[in-house]
Design a protein. Sequence first.
Length: 585
Amino acid sequence: MTQPPNQPPHGGFGAPQEPSPGGGFGAPQTPPPPQGPPSGAPQPGYGYPQQPPQQPGPYASGPYNSGAYGQPQQQPGPYGQPGYGYPPPQFPGAPGTPPGGSGSRNPFRGKPALVVGAAVAALLVIGGTVWAVTGGDGKKDDKPVSKQTDDPKPDGSGGAPVNPGDGSGDGGEDPDNLNEGRQAGESKVLWYKEAPDAPGSGADAPGMWITDKTAVKAAYKELSAYHVGDGKPAWETIAFPQKICAVTHAKTSDDKIVIAYMSGSSDRAKCNQLQLVDLDTGEKGWTQEVADGALFDSALSIEMSLTGNTLMVGRSQSGTAYDVRSGKKLFDAKKYGDAPCFPAAFAGGERLIQVASCGAGGNNEHDEVQELDPATGKVKWTYVYEKGWRIERAYSVDPLVLYATKEEDGDKKVWNIAAFTAGGKVRSQVSVDEDFAPGCGWAVLARDLQGCEGVAVDEDTLYLPTEATTGANEIVAISLANGKEKWREKSPAEDSMLPMKVEGGNLIAYVEPSYDSGGRVVSLPVGGSSHKPVELMRNPQGVADIENSFYSKSVDWVGGRFYLSTTRLTGNDESKEKLMLAYGK
């Protein structure tokens, strides 16, 4: 396995490079052919001249998760992480300051830089009643329309939400009357739920899953399901013996998820208890305990992803794959090579992607990305990043789009976004000089590759929100063929517009609420010459404060309804904290 050449980059690609302290230009350098980036200077206006890269802010933003904003999260996402750009609240239960780097509010401060790497073929095999769960101690070309699913019908009275209040979903008075004063043209709150009790220090409420029938939400030690139209309970709440510590933000093709909860309540407890749950019925399937790896490779913290029928559970230095249908172990992803390389994170979806950290602390320290066969763990291809680059996020796995950072001058970071071919070669690298601001989460022990929301990818285009400095932000569409800007569109309000998903030839985006206006769901045509946002839904101004109040949130647009939930409970007993709201026409 050869290392990338250590030479200055050739002129003509990307934004101008900052000179290194010793004169000339430092890394990143141009990848060797044939997988290097296309030549040609960027269009005028993108970074001439460049300003010195800025240090990322200390807080991650947070509306958006994999798949449908449930991800995640720090907060994200698909928003599961703190913020949407608002200052972190000062209340008990708010997560502490995330570590520098990947957990920053804006991971794109600093300027684009080129990844250096070599694609290396590899043929390695690497390794209501509450149901109590017993456990151990210790993603057609039609325009999207605001059409709701038919069963059941929401209350058409336009008055108070149905089944509001205490979270039980069995009706009752609406003490808040969330639809009071609703204006013509605004959506209404179809139903809402209040959060369960949580410790004074707060608790996580990760994930949000929407099927044709149910909206399912995890919170602290509970998993609850509600009928999408009226909020009535879909099945009995599942109570776990310990707090929920990880979830699969995506769901299987037959609407199942896996929940991980702690083995106990002590400081030595591990996130190693797995439970399969059917989202439509609440039926519990197999259970499994995740074993520790070798020394310094424990299951104190894990992350999970789904690829077809494969559930990949990542520890800090390895991973284990299970058949999600049966819970049986398929293979282990273990240490490999002479560097050596330790599996550090995984991303799932249409493909199974592994990121490995190699040669830690040595002269050959670097990251590698691989595609694995989800059934066997066999390596399909390997791409080697140059020393100093850390792969932080996977914005998409098919096509594969990776975001990486590199520290320069001790406390500054440059970033790179690279798109890869199906065979693991560099297809393009983003050359747009911009401060982008998707909502990304942070992980304490394990990397969270799919913990960003507010970013969307289709076959040919990457959609990223810019950072709002004064007034409205923009969404920038970037070609995956050449890394250049295709178009950009300004938010229709003085609040940030964040991509959610691409469907029916349109980009669906969420416009954040302001103090005097509720949030909006808009549609931007991705083809043609006009990309002006078309409003699909405007939420009531009267509940804008609730939309704004969530320290971190998960959002989704399904069947003409907009779903919003918090991903962090404050544990504040003095107010009735909202857990989840459903909006409709």
